[in-house]
Design a protein around this ligand. Structure first.
Ligand code: C2O
Length: 355
């Protein structure tokens, strides 16, 4: 059998997967998707206004009530509707626990810990945002981003402490005014005495340590493409590529763990583990920030691009707001301008924090 060149999920292969080492989960869509019509992704009309993603500490009440309305509608949709909150959250479960096999091979597909990390999450957040906007009839609606990389953003954003953005399964000891530890670390999940380590730093020192870490993950330690993007996962490979980029490892993973609940040791669900992470509404502004940092990294490092066609043409499937199943390639998401969104500029204080 010839090895496929690009990564493509086999939608008919959806199966039970492991949510944690001791927990089988089934996050497949309720009905068979084999006879759903698939369209090739088209860029949005360039004459439409840009969706501008703003930082969580600068949102106004008017925006928050729109977002509230959109998420409330999304949460009220039945699971048979791919736009529903549960189905959206399950997308993360599907692609992050290996619930699909790749087309042309029986290797399970996993988008973490490799160069699929940034583009796949960009797609997820992008369609999520389009769906939210359409539920309130606003095609300029943009998700906020949680800028935990700058001092103003280093606590859980106020709005995520209230319904419908609040989420029970979180570590209460990390609620505001607790400053996020971007280097929050835990022992391996399978270890007997699983535990995570509080830094013990006062707020000012914690902010400072965070900034130094950002400098390392974005600048000093991320000069080469592979260091930032993660290892090149090729079609047909099972789990052999296991090399997360600097930002994926931390603060991405560490913020997931830091937000997740200490009452679920070993995994810190919901945010602390793949199958459940996207159930917490804070997942989306967290990922919008990751997505923004990808843009920032490109501008800091001379706009380096990956030219491997195996990466550029690898494709995934996402429902849009019209319930059409889009086949979208990585090459389609390399310009956020073409996707009609932008990030409001914030000062990267960490850029001056060479340790
Ligand atoms: Cu797919 Cu933040 O993890």
């Amino acid at each position: 059998q010839e090895k496929p060149l690009v990564i493509l999920p086999n939608l008919t292969s959806c199966h039970e997967s492991m949510g944690r080492s001791d927990l089988p989960v089934y996050c497949c869509p309720p009905m068979n998707q084999s006879n759903v019509a698939i369209i090739d992704f088209q860029f949005p009309d360039p004459s439409l206004p840009l969706r501008v993603r703003r930082p969580t500490h600068l949102l106004d009440d008017n925006y928050i009530s729109k977002y509230k309305k959109a998420i409330t509608i999304m949460k009220s949709l039945p699971d048979t509707d791919p736009r529903s909150y549960t189905r959206q959250a399950n997308l993360h479960c599907l692609f992050c626990t290996g619930a699909y096999n790749q087309q042309g091979s029986n290797s399970p597909l996993n988008i973490h810990r490799s160069w699929l990390f940034f583009p796949w999450h960009r797609m997820l957040v992008y369609f999520h945002e389009r769906i939210l906007g359409s539920l309130i009839g606003d095609d300029t609606f943009a998700l906020p981003f949680w800028p935990w990389d700058i001092p103003e953003g280093m606590v859980i954003p106020e709005m995520y402490m209230k319904a419908p953005f609040f989420h029970e399964a979180r570590d209460f000891s990390h609620f505001p005014p607790s400053v996020v530890d971007l280097d929050y670390s835990c022992t391996t999940p399978s270890s007997e005495d699983y535990r995570c380590f509080e830094s013990g730093l006062g707020p000012e020192d914690q902010v400072h340590t965070n900034l130094a870490m950002m400098y390392n993950q974005m600048v000093a330690g991320a000069k080469k493409m592979e260091l930032f993007m993660g290892c090149p996962y090729k079609a047909g490979e099972g789990g052999s590529c296991d090399g997360p980029g600097t930002i994926e490892l931390a603060p991405h993973n560490t913020v997931h763990k830091w937000v997740g609940s200490n009452l679920n040791p070993g995994s810190r669900e919901d945010m602390g583990v793949f199958y459940s992470a996207a159930r917490d509404p804070i997942f989306y502004p967290h990922h919008a920030n990751i997505d923004r940092l990808w843009e920032v990294w490109r501008t800091l490092h001379g706009n380096k691009v990956i030219t491997d066609p195996g990466w550029l043409d690898s494709s995934f499937f996402f429902y849009d707001e019209k319930l059409q199943l889009n086949r979208i390639k990585i090459r389609d998401v390399l310009s956020i301008t073409k996707l009609q969104y932008a990030y409001e500029k914030v000062d990267f204080t960490w850029l001056n924090n060479r340790p």
